[in-house]
Ligand binder design. Structure first.
Ligand SMILES: *[C@@H]1O[C@H](CO)[C@@H](O)[C@H](O)[C@H]1NC(C)=O
Ligand SMILES: *[C@@H]1O[C@H](CO)[C@@H](O)[C@H](O)[C@H]1NC(C)=O
Ligand SMILES: *[C@@H]1O[C@H](CO)[C@@H](O)[C@H](O)[C@H]1NC(C)=O
Ligand SMILES: *[C@@H]1O[C@H](CO)[C@@H](O)[C@H](O)[C@H]1NC(C)=O
Length: 290
């Protein structure tokens, strides 16, 4: 008797469990929010620079006299009417109109390379946004895996591009390279600015900032590593930020960002020693870049 009672009760619990599970997952499929990157059809700031640079070529032929902002990229965001705050207001207004009275959280507005924004919304809301005529596409934000890289020898730089630039000492001169990665270790010798007799210049047109946090204190940037920022809001909002291994700062908690930044831009002739083993000297592909 007791045994049968137990079996019946077990079945009831099982069914109830199934029922609850079923309803929950259906609700969940309808309502689970995620971070989406929404790109608008309206061109970003970089695109206008390109158009303007074409127009300047017309000057010689009596065309409109507009200065090439790619040649003179200083202060485009400050002086252009399509600056960050203006574009962000357009994004906010679009969200208010499309998702009137609904819950959503805009994380970032982008205006340099894409005209768009990152927003935490439900799938139906993402769908609503993607059906708007001013929207080019809506893509789910996703995590990416780190991967390996190449070497100057593999690319033939010591006999190829470097001599053409006047040696590795000059390769990349006047160029500031931007990285989007896991962060950067400012203490790494690849980013030291006093390794050569020829000091790095203050980059003429660079207007980026060097963010200061507890993990990335004042003085982390120098004339080689000229700026650094972190963008963790999406990972934090999505609940995948792990504070024991990730830093809410430009500091590289993983090593990959330091690796890729030094691969592209790191100082030349930096000995690589791991656990007492010498693996030769590392160099950026454009060692003089910043
Ligand atoms: C760019 O902005 C900086 C700081 O606001 C200013 O000192 C500089 O004169 C500006 N340059 C141009 C070309 O407008
Ligand atoms: C951005 O552009 C708007 C409109 O042209 C202007 O009123 C505003 O002052 C600009 N903001 C900044 C930070 O330059
Ligand atoms: C966070 O990272 C640590 C160290 O890698 C790991 O032990 C821990 O399980 C992680 N926590 C979560 C919730 O993933
Ligand atoms: C590596 O760089 C050091 C200086 O940092 C230099 O003394 C050494 O000769 C270099 N080794 C090779 C194999 O190029």
């Amino acid at each position: 008797m007791g045994g049968i009672y137990w079996v019946v009760q077990f079945m009831v619990v099982l069914c109830l469990g199934n029922f609850v599970g079923c309803t929950w997952s259906q609700d969940n499929a309808d309502e689970v929010s995620a971070v989406y990157i929404v790109t608008l059809k309206q061109a970003p700031a970089a695109h206008y620079s390109g158009e303007l640079s074409v127009k300047r070529n017309d000057i010689k032929h009596g065309g409109p006299g507009i200065v090439n902002r790619l040649d003179r990229p200083s202060n485009i965001s400050r002086s252009d009417s399509r600056n960050g705050s203006y574009v962000a207001r357009i994004h906010d207004s679009l969200l208010r109109r499309v998702l009137r009275g609904e819950k959503y959280l805009k994380l970032y507005s982008y205006h340099y390379l894409i005209n768009g924004f990152a927003v935490l919304v439900a799938p139906q809301q993402a769908d609503k946004l993607s059906r708007r005529k001013e929207v080019a596409n809506v893509v789910l934000d996703f995590s990416v895996r780190t991967a390996t890289t190449h070497t100057p020898q593999f690319l033939g730089l010591p006999e190829g591009a470097w001599p053409q630039e006047g040696g590795y000492e000059n390769a990349g001169d006047g160029i500031v390279i931007g990285f989007i990665d896991t962060g950067i270790d400012p203490a790494h010798p690849s980013f030291s600015d006093d390794i050569s007799e020829n000091p790095y210049p203050v980059p003429e047109h660079f207007s980026g900032i060097c963010e200061v946090t507890r993990d990335f204190p004042s003085g982390s940037c120098n004339r080689k590593l000229v700026g650094a920022r972190h963008f963790a809001a999406s990972a934090i909002t999505r609940g995948i930020f792990n504070a024991t291994q990730d830093y809410a700062s430009p500091f590289d908690g993983d090593g990959h960002g330091t690796h890729t930044a030094s691969t592209a831009s790191g100082n030349h002739g930096i000995p690589v020693v791991v656990a007492g083993h010498h693996f030769g000297n590392a160099s950026g592909m454009a060692p003089r870049s910043q």
